[in-house]
Write a protein that binds this ligand. Sequence first.
Ligand code: SAM
Length: 201
Amino acid sequence: MRMRTRGHLDERLEGCRQLFLGDGPLPSPLHIEIGCGKGDFINQTARLHPELWYIAVERVSNVIVLAMEKAKAAELTNLKFILGDFAANAERFPDGSVDRIYLNFSDPWPKNGYAKRRLTHGRFLELYKRILSDKGEIHFKTDNRELFEFSLETFPKNGFTTGEVTFDLHNSGFEGNIMTEYERRFSEMGTPICRLVAKKV
Ligand SMILES: C[S@@+](CC[C@H](N)C(=O)[O-])C[C@H]1O[C@@H](n2cnc3c(N)ncnc32)[C@H](O)[C@@H]1O
């Protein structure tokens, strides 16, 4: 949905103000999604697991507002949002404070010159390693085979094991998958979805 004006967007963000993560200690057990987009995945996940806490990070304001409005309409009390780039906000997460990170259909940045912007680049994996608890996990899904193969190399190089690896999630027998907006779009086009779970060594 397009915002009519910047003022209109500000008004809508203001209407969701109580859903922005505030200061103070973070709740636990905590799962986060980096790059939540329009938020179908994190809203549905948070609704299914009222016993867990969730934070969704998204750097584009006219996208995050849609995710926040869904959370507001559903009256979710276990989901908060951070508007901004994850790297610029990583300090908000103390060491070991996060039990799970979801990376869903992260931007692939196909040109090598932009590899550092990939959310599975070593630069980001170092940040994840610090904020993840000892039993912490990263659940990663993508339609992009090149990004997936890149990630299969970067995780082990940066202190993670990889498991539950599939190059065709929807035909893998995996149960309980929650589709994201991008996942729905790519699977309707017939693109297989790749998935892995990375764990701290
Ligand atoms: C391709 S979209 C996928 C959205 C959603 N996860 C899905 O699967 O439908 C990637 C999203 O990640 C966000 N993003 C990319 N890099 C980010 C970063 N460093 N910090 C926060 N958000 C980021 C983008 O703004 C975009 O909305």
